[in-house]
Design a protein around this ligand. Structure first.
Ligand code: MG
Ligand code: ZN
Length: 368
């Protein structure tokens, strides 16, 4: 009798333990919900480019603030090495596509992007880049065209999109078009305030904004871009976070890639340090907010860049670091992924680039 009671009590204990444990797991799942996602893409930023922030910066890089690190494989459909269009499209639609594809699958069919999905849910959306807003990386989040070269078609898609906050370059594709259309007039007709002079800090709720500060690309950091990227990231976060339903913001450090193509280490270093400041702005926001997932990654590596020991009279000199390049194009290296906030643990490990989409969607959707 006593023995049976003990057994029953024991079973009860196990049940309590099990249900208690299930409760904790449910709680843990709830805590992994992201109301907001900030995706920061350092175009062409492999591990060596990221490492420059550690060798050439004056302080501990913001990259060090991320608790979860992974790597992604990035080959596109039909090639071993990806371009920025296929790379960003994998993130935005969750499928691998071909080099040149902008928001379309491998059969050139348009696919809803995570930005468009977020917009449909009532979330606000933003796009910031240091090249033209119609360039491959930003375009892949709001446009659907079969080739990255179709800048005017991409600008037309931007006009049709619901992006709430956009900043970058490229107004010529809106104002100086072969079809003679003035897309700024169309944007303004839809309540989008356009500005080609500066990113205003004074934004009114109830409007959408497009700051296109150059006819084409913005200048390099070395040529006077200033704090555009970190400051605009702050302005966008302040604006987008005032909606009730959360937001999706993509921020691109576009020109890390161009430093790689130019085999210009100083160009890379300056652009990476600038990008890291934007990452810091995103993390500061997320730390305060508590409901924001921040992901830092790249589409691919550019330049076959490495931080090598120089050869001096046939001897390797381990006292110095010398940046070297092995190509003027992209390379096939796996690419780092850094994650912070609700759902961040899902980004640990090695996976395909398009799985980043699924991990972001998972972080978003469990909040519903
Ligand atoms: Mg890019
Ligand atoms: Zn490139």
């Amino acid at each position: 009798m006593k023995k049976r009671l003990v057994q029953v009590l024991g079973l009860l204990g196990i049940c309590v333990l099990v249900s208690c444990n299930a409760g904790t797991q449910r709680l843990a799942k709830q805590e992994a919900q992201a109301k907001n996602i900030i995706l920061l893409i350092g175009d062409g930023m492999g591990v060596a480019q990221l490492s420059t922030a550690y060798y050439y910066g004056n302080q501990t890089p913001n990259f060090s603030r991320f608790p979860f690190i992974g790597l992604h494989e990035n080959a596109p459909v039909g090639a071993k090495i990806t371009d920025s269009a296929a790379g960003a499209t994998a993130f935005s639609i969750g499928e691998k596509s071909y080099n040149g594809a902008i928001g379309v699958d491998q059969d050139t069919l348009p696919k809803e992007t995570i930005l468009e999905w977020a917009s449909k849910q009532g979330k606000r959306t933003g796009i910031i880049s240091t090249c033209t807003i119609t360039h491959a990386t930003p375009a892949s989040f709001y446009a659907h065209v079969k080739s990255r070269n179709l800048h005017e078609d991409i600008a037309a898609d931007f006009t049709l999109s619901n992006v709430d906050f956009a900043a970058g370059g490229g107004y010529q594709y809106f104002l100086n078009r072969e079809d003679g259309q003035n897309l700024f007039m169309e944007l303004e007709g839809k309540g989008v305030i356009t500005d080609t002079t500066a990113v205003s800090r004074d934004l009114e709720q109830g409007h959408r904004y497009a700051f296109l500060l150059g006819a084409t690309d913005l200048p390099k950091v070395q040529e006077g871009r200033g704090d555009f990227l970190p400051q605009t990231t702050e302005v966008a976060l302040d604006f987008l976070s005032q909606g009730d339903e959360g937001f999706f913001l993509m921020v691109e450090g576009s020109q890390i890639d161009w430093g790689g193509h130019d085999n210009d280490a100083d160009y890379i270093i300056n652009e990476v340090l600038d990008f890291d400041r934007a990452v810091g702005a995103a993390l500061d926001f997320a730390a305060k907010d508590g409901n924001t997932l921040v992901i830092v990654t790249a589409d691919h590596e550019t330049g076959g860049f490495s931080l090598s020991a120089p050869l001096i009279f046939g001897q390797t000199d381990y006292q110095h670091v010398r940046p070297t390049f092995s190509t003027g194009g992209h390379s096939a290296s796996l690419i780092p992924v850094l994650a912070y906030g609700p759902g961040a643990e899902e980004f640990a490990g090695i996976y395909q680039n398009h799985e980043i989409y699924g991990k972001m969607m998972q972080a978003f959707q469990v909040s519903k």
